[in-house]
Design a protein around this ligand. Structure first.
Ligand code: TRP
Ligand code: SF4
Length: 346
């Protein structure tokens, strides 16, 4: 690896384009990414090819979903000046590295990946017995290593993918080290301190449960969703004391409300001094005050879609520069470089 011009360590992260993001995506990842921009050189990738590994049969939403994700990133405060944001398929270099990694990745490594086993068992409505789906983590390794990233911010479920990335890097370096320098670093996962965010039904907030609050939900929608949110089941009547520690609304307060509000909730709930309707109103206030500035930022790009496309184009161009330089090192190490070598006189 050539030395970097700035001294910052490099971070790469990505998301599959699932459409509009919800508050679970925000507290589970995005909020953390926004903070990381100050400490690292960050690259953020909308992994549209990864979406294809499961949703290959219907690609009608792929482009709009990628755009929605990107708009939510901008809304949350990712700064395109500092961090290239791009769509994976706009940087085809990822595919070349994926192909080369596929040559050296033992099948057994892929069959053992926990997400692979789980999804093969749990997802029955799609045929996941494809080459591409088995290779999902190899593609992810290419995403990460093509930027020679030092760190990968991920949730718990993705840690095995980063571990596999380290193993692929190690194997590549072992086979193809030239002049005693390794092409790839072994990137480390940066575990996102996961505040578990409950959805409106009290289960983990997730698109597949239909219990989400979207980053784009307007105020009346947020208030409506909170009204129907489940509460401490032991608090049946207004006069029953409750416990915010076992209440999903209490969890929302802990994540989004200020200290005074949390203290008021604690006191009022345990003494039956406040009602759940009032308490939910305060939770809605906290959410709205966090969502408002994000929605304003998003609107700027929605009103002027050209702006967002320009950001993606510029992001892809910056990403390509780094990716091509890595591939040049890879080709050199593997001996497929196109560089002309003059014949040696013997
Ligand atoms: N597999 C990741 C997920 O499902 C998304 C992803 C694709 C990713 N490429 C990445 C995450 C590279 C981190 C780094 O969440
Ligand atoms: Fe939950 Fe608030 Fe009702 Fe207590 S008062 S049970 S924290 S909604």
């Amino acid at each position: 690896m050539p030395p970097r011009p700035n001294q910052l360590k490099r971070v790469l992260s990505g998301m599959r384009p699932t459409g509009k993001l919800h508050l679970g995506n925000f507290v589970g990842a995005l909020d953390n990414w926004v903070r990381m921009q100050d400490q690292y050189e960050c690259f953020f990738c909308v992994a549209d090819w990864h979406a294809l590994t499961t949703d290959y049969a219907d690609t009608s939403k792929l482009k709009s979903n990628s755009m929605e994700v990107m708009l939510d990133w901008l809304a949350a405060g990712l700064d395109p000046e500092r961090c290239p944001m791009f769509i994976q398929s706009h940087v085809p270099q990822h595919a070349e590295l994926h192909l080369l990694f596929s040559m050296i990745t033992p099948l057994g490594w892929l069959e053992r990946v926990p997400t692979y086993k789980e999804q093969r068992e749990n997802i029955t409505e799609k045929d996941l017995g494809t080459y591409g789906f088995l290779g999902y983590p190899v593609l992810q390794s290419a995403d990460i290593l093509i930027y020679q990233a030092d760190f990968v911010p991920v949730g718990e479920d993705q840690v095995p993918h980063v571990e596999l990335t380290r193993e692929i890097a190690r194997r590549f370096n072992m086979f193809y080290t030239r002049k005693n320098t390794s092409v790839f670093p072994e990137p480390q996962p940066l575990l996102t301190p996961a505040a578990k965010l409950p959805g409106t039904d009290g289960r983990k907030m997730s698109k597949s449960y239909g219990n989400t609050i979207l980053m784009t939900d307007p105020e009346p929608m947020v208030r409506q969703k909170l009204k129907t949110m489940v509460t401490d089941p032991a608090r049946v009547r207004r006069t029953d004391p409750g416990n915010p520690d076992v209440c999903p609304v209490g969890d929302l307060h802990k994540i989004f409300s200020d200290r005074e509000t949390i203290a008021k909730v604690n006191e009022g709930c345990r003494s039956a001094g406040i009602g759940c309707i009032e308490c939910k109103g305060w939770a809605a206030d906290s959410l709205v005050s966090i969502l408002n500035p994000m929605q304003e930022r998003r609107k700027k790009y929605e009103d002027n879609p050209r702006l967002a496309w320009d950001i993606l184009e510029a992001g892809a161009a910056r990403a390509k520069k780094v990716a091509s330089a890595t591939l040049e090192e890879v080709r050199e190490a593997m001996g497929t470089s196109l560089d002309y070598e003059p014949p040696r006189n013997s």
